[in-house]
Ligand binder design. Structure first.
Ligand SMILES: CC(C)(COP(=O)(O)OP(=O)(O)OC[C@H]1O[C@@H](n2cnc3c(N)ncnc32)[C@H](O)[C@@H]1OP(=O)(O)O)[C@@H](O)C(=O)NCCC(=O)NCCS
Length: 149
């Protein structure tokens, strides 16, 4: 794989981010949704680029006093298991620390073993089970990482 670069998402990337969201997360949002989130906290919306292609992204918001929330994280299928999501999470953690935040929360489907393993590896702990959290009725886990600067 070519060299991996992590950078802030630009408006030119939004179209491909929408496509990755549709294929990897099976969710559809208008471009304006991603633009609004990106304007709110640019350093919390990061893309992974390799060989001139966007291969993954992480998108988060500031959701409370000193708290970030990861809304989406995805890597294109052919590029998985290469440490790309891990690199995105490390960069996202750096953005949080630079902003003076002290925790990150997220929600994940209880069936999503790859993501649960990934977050567990980074020290995220399960804090609650969210019954019927997803539109199709699946339960979710809320997970939290307490950041140490
Ligand atoms: C979850 C996802 C982002 C992981 O991306 P990735 O770039 O492949 O992840 P990494 O290569 O950084 O993997 C890091 C760790 O995550 C875990 N992991 C990743 N994929 C896994 C899989 N298929 N099965 C089990 N564990 C897995 C492992 O612990 C892995 O460490 P290891 O390779 O040393 O075993 C990717 O599979 C994806 O985009 N899935 C679809 C979208 C999604 O579910 N997003 C999360 C929503 S909450």
């Amino acid at each position: 794989m070519s060299v991996l670069t992590i950078r802030v998402c630009s408006n030119h990337d939004i179209h491909i981010i929408g496509e990755i969201t549709r294929t990897a997360l099976r969710e559809a949002y208008p471009d304006s949704f991603f633009e609004t989130i990106g304007n709110y906290w640019p350093e919390g919306f990061l893309v992974a680029e390799s060989g001139g292609q966007i291969v993954g992204f992480v998108m988060g918001i500031i959701s409370g006093v000193k708290q970030a929330r990861i809304l989406m994280l995805a890597v294109q299928e052919p590029y998985r298991r290469n440490g790309i999501a891990s690199t995105l999470i490390r960069s996202f953690k750096s953005s949080c620390l630079m902003k003076g935040l002290d925790s990150i929360i997220l929600e994940v489907r209880i069936s999503n073993t790859p993501a649960i393993n990934l977050y567990g590896k980074f020290g995220f702990k399960l804090t609650s089970t969210l019954r019927g959290y997803y539109r199709d009725g699946e339960d979710g886990y809320r997970m939290e990482l307490v950041l140490q600067s």
